[in-house]
Design a protein. Structure first.
Length: 870
RNA sequence: GCCGGUGUGGCGGAAUUGGUAGACGCAGCAGACUCAAAAUCUGCCAUGGGCAACCAUGUGUCGGUUCGACUCCGACCACCGGCACCA
């Protein structure tokens, strides 16, 4: 049955769309998959959500584009190549072929004529082309950056290839290394990327918050601490949001990579060793944040810009070279990190802020501000130390509160030429160089005489050879003379081609525009992009909330500024779907290692306390339940969608995914649940066939109906209204399906076999089939025909609930006494407040609780509830 | 560590704008049909008390606002996602 529907759609080219300016477009996009080999259950969820929305919008009359492509560059292809010797290109193309078949078997309404793979030269040449434009405009530039270096394999490692600070293959301690890389000046767009978040009401609040925090605008003051070294007068610049605490500075700390640290280490071997230690180990923020704060004095001092005091300079492993200028001022009394640092190394702690408004609770209100502690041997951090307050021990600034103090101090520093107010961003420029093979080549040529020379446009694309097999040590491109040997386009001399490739986030930053015009070999995008863009609905995992979405917003702005497209924002509405989880079962082996078992191989029973008793089917011995987690190969808790589709059919799998949880929540896998979905499909099927096998029913419901028939019809139209709202506005599908299930339960009890009754039933079944068609399109396609129609269900406009059918004669109102439910009364639907109130007070159940007490207040909520307060 | 989220029966979830907590489904139990099984259908199913009508308790914990709180506010606990080279 499903194959037949799919063949029909294929034969009629049902999902092919063309630009039609006379019709309102709807661009529904799901994040394209990495072609890892097989479809993951998470993909199935993602694409089912997109398909439901696409098919629903199509029935709303929109010209719907739902494309699909492949995020085809990346590390897994190189890993697979190392494992089995197959070149990444071959592996990738095979995977694409297989997964495309899987997607087709799920019946998604995808326009396959627009398929794009990022590893295809037709696609990535435009990465290269735009990169060159960015280079011309100064958006792309070169500087050094830090990478994880495996000293044994002589190769750069991705973060995920670093395990506990060691290379995943060699086990060698990883080092931080500085190498030249290309960067994109995303920071130039930071103010706009931040401000425009307010103009994205179709994005989840939390994603906008995460992006805003990531961009991290903070207002503060740059403070220069003068020093003299090697006969030169210089400034050590720090950035602080707490300039009001500047009189409490007792040290400064610089990052290990800071030039001052390097200079000081020149004649201090101990310090040089410490700096080396800092450079070893991780470059990851998460690990840096939890590691022990360490430091070492440089022996150098700088001058406090306002007090003239000599301030020692330390090297601190917690200072980030990538934020501000890689140096911070240390105010131990009012910053938790500085406090810990000072305590550890015996640095003075000077309190310069007193609580505003006479704070600590034990203090009298209105009393003059009293310092928390003064140069006291504070040994324990208290969060209130970091709160804003009033300056003390700060000379002329004493008594000023936060804003005034910052203003006064910034003004004085500006007068001295030692600082100014400044806006600092947490966001830093995007490093796109990757020392890897399976990615888009960066189109540059390094010439010994001309320097870095861009590849001329007419020589694009710089083709990535597809026959290489990485071996884990270094980038194969750098060992392939046929790739890197070239002539300088400027002087014609021998030169070397850049062997770094681009971050795969580049590929995914604009693929959604290419879907509009995938066949254009003359331009990156054309007018068709202006027809389709922006994406009306984007659907993908919450894990992409920051990086992919931010890079895409940036890339779109760059393309806009180059006049390539008109939109500012790529994605109008965003739905971040939750992850798919499954049980994890494990057992600790004798050698201490943990072995994982597939939930399919485990029998589960519940004991009398509801606890889970799990045993391995093969040996009957117990296994440990570790809870529900995201599916992963290593935990052996993945579920193969293909097997499910073969066993239960695509519709059942789609129905289960949409019914089990709201799209934004995580979804817990359950085999029983799919079974239940299949059961529902059979029930629907049977219900339609039982009806039609009894003969043709009238397609028009007669005007004269019995009370029961009218009530049945009311439920049908109320359900339709709810489903329309749930899918169209609320984007929740589980409640829409639940509503249809309720309707089917009611319809099963509706046994009226009169002509009018059968007409009501016919209408009910037609509405059910249409309402479910975006979710379970195959069965609905077939059932629509069974119900006696020969038009295309997919293109039939979405049905509208009949307002006349929704009218109710009477309604039930619940009655509370002091907020507790004590009775129910049925009143006419048009009863006024006084009538409802009277009926409520007259109810015997209510009477019992009111008794002879005085009714103090009666709250009437129209059509819902009455609360009697006694 | 920082940022974001989640927490409701045995389980997944529902309650859309502060107004009946537990819709719908899964699992379970009982029954119908059957020689039997499967499939299907019907009923029961938060906890405690009660023969019952009914009563009390209950949405992670503690406190607050309100006639009324799963929903709003404050503090806390647990778990999950992201943290710039996984995609």
């Amino acid at each position: 049955m499903e194959a037949e529907a799919q063949a029909h759609w294929e034969a009629t080219g049902a999902f092919r769309v063309t630009e039609d300016p006379t019709r309102e477009k709807y661009y529904c996009l799901s994040m394209f998959p990495y072609p890892s080999g097989r479809l993951h259950i998470g993909h199935v969820r993602n694409y089912t959500i997109g398909d439901v929305i696409s098919r629903f919008m199509r029935k709303q009359g929109r010209n719907v584009l739902q494309p699909m492509g492949w995020d085809a560059f990346g590390l897994p292809a190189e890993n697979a190549a190392m494992d089995n010797g197959v070149p990444p290109a071959k592996w990738t193309y095979q995977n694409i072929e297989y997964m495309k078949g899987q997607l087709k078997s799920l019946g998604f309404a995808i326009d396959w004529s627009r398929e794009v793979a990022t590893c295809s030269p037709d696609y990535y040449r435009w990465n290269q082309w735009l990169f060159l434009r960015m280079l011309e405009k100064g958006i792309a530039y070169k500087k050094t950056g830090v990478v994880n270096w495996d000293p044994v394999d002589q190769t750069v490692l991705a973060n995920e290839q670093v395990i506990d600070g060691r290379g995943w293959r060699t086990g060698a301690p990883v080092e931080k290394r500085e190498i030249p890389m290309y960067y994109l000046r995303i920071t130039e767009y930071a103010p706009d990327l931040l401000a425009a978040l307010d103009r994205l009401p179709g994005w989840p609040e939390r994603v906008r918050t995460m992006q805003a925090n990531w961009i991290g605008r903070s207002e503060g003051v740059r403070i220069g601490f003068p020093y003299e070294l090697d006969g030169e007068r210089k400034l050590l610049n720090v950035f602080t949001t707490r300039a009001d605490t500047v009189m409490g500075v007792t040290f400064c700390a610089v990052a290990a990579e800071h030039p001052l640290a390097a200079r000081a280490a020149k004649d201090n071997p101990e310090l040089a060793a410490f700096i080396e230690e800092c450079k070893r180990g991780t470059a990851m923020e998460a690990e840096l944040a939890v590691m022990e704060k360490k430091g070492m004095p440089t022996g150098l001092t700088v001058t406090h810009p306002l007090s003239g005091e000599a301030i020692p300079v330390w090297v601190g492993n917690y200072v980030l070279m990538t934020y501000g200028e890689g140096a911070v001022m240390g105010v131990p009394a009012h910053d938790e990190r500085d406090f810990g640092f000072a305590l550890k190394y015996g640095l003075p702690i000077r309190f310069v802020i007193a609580p505003a408004g006479g704070a600590p609770k034990e203090q009298q209100e209105g009393a003059p501000p009293v310092p928390l502690q003064e140069e006291a041997p504070a040994t324990e951090w208290r969060p209130e130390f970091a709160e804003h307050g009033v300056c003390i021990n700060s000379g002329k600034y004493d008594g000023l509160e936060y804003a005034a103090a910052v203003e006064a101090i910034a003004a004085d520093l500006a007068r001295l030429g030692l600082g100014e107010k400044q806006v600092q961003w947490r966001l830093h420029d995007w490093a796109i160089s990757r020392q890897r093979y399976w990615g888009c080549p960066i189109p540059l040529i390094h010439c010994p005489t001309c320097g870095d020379v861009p590849v001329p446009d007419e020589d694009l694309p710089v083709l990535l050879p597809e026959n290489l097999v990485p071996d884990g040590s270094g980038n194969p491109l750098a060992k392939e003379p046929s790739f890197y040997e070239c002539l300088c386009p400027r002087c014609g001399g021998q030169a070397r081609r850049e062997t770094d490739t681009m971050d795969t986030f580049v590929d995914s930053s604009w693929y959604f525009m290419r879907f509009a015009c995938p066949d254009n070999d003359q331009a990156m995008v054309d007018e068709r992009a202006n027809y389709w863009m922006p994406v009306d609905q984007y659907i993908g995992g919450i894990e992409h909330a920051i990086l992919h979405l931010l890079y895409s917003r940036f890339w779109t702005r760059v393309m806009r500024d180059l006049g390539l497209v008109k939109v500012d924002e790529p994605f109008q509405n965003l739905l971040t779907q939750g992850m798919v989880l499954n049980d994890i079962y494990s057992r600790r082996m004798e050698d201490g290692r943990i072995q994982y078992f597939s939930p399919a191989d485990v029998d589960v029973q519940l004991d009398d306390k509801g606890r889970r008793i799990a045993t391995l089917r093969s040996d009957g011995e117990p296994v440990e339940w570790e809870g529900m987690r995201t599916m992963s190969k290593s935990k052996k808790n993945g579920v193969d969608p293909q097997e499910l589709v073969e066993r239960y059919g695509a519709d059942s799998v789609r129905l289960f995914m949409m019914f089990k949880a709201p799209p934004e929540d995580s979804l817990e896998w359950s085999d029983d649940g799919v079974e239940g979905a299949a059961r529902f499909m059979r029930r629907l099927w049977r219900m339609v066939y039982e009806h039609v096998s009894a003969g043709v029913a009238a397609k028009q419901v007669p005007d004269e109906l019995t009370g029961e028939q009218r009530e049945m019809r009311r439920v049908v139209h109320a359900t339709l209204a709810k489903v329309t709202d749930d899918i169209g506005r609320r984007r929740v599908f589980n409640t829409a399906i639940a509503a249809v299930m309720e309707l089917m339960n009611a319809l099963a009890k509706f046994e009226d076999r009169t002509e009018a009754g059968r007409a009501v039933r016919q209408e009910a079944l037609e509405i059910i089939v249409q309402a479910l068609s975006p979710i379970v399109p195959h069965a609905c396609h077939a059932l629509w025909r069974a119900l006696g129609h020969d038009d295309e269900l997919m293109d039939r406009p979405w049905p509208k609930a009949d307002p006349a059918a929704l009218v109710k004669a009477s309604i039930e109102v619940v009655v509370q006494v002091n907020g507790k439910l004590r009775g129910r009364v049925t009143v006419a639907a048009d009863a006024d407040e006084a009538q409802v109130r009277e009926a409520a007070l007259a109810d015997p159940g209510v009477q019992k609780w009111v008794g002879d007490k005085v009714v103090r207040k009666v709250i009437v909520v129209k059509g819902k509830l009455v609360n009697v307060v006694v």
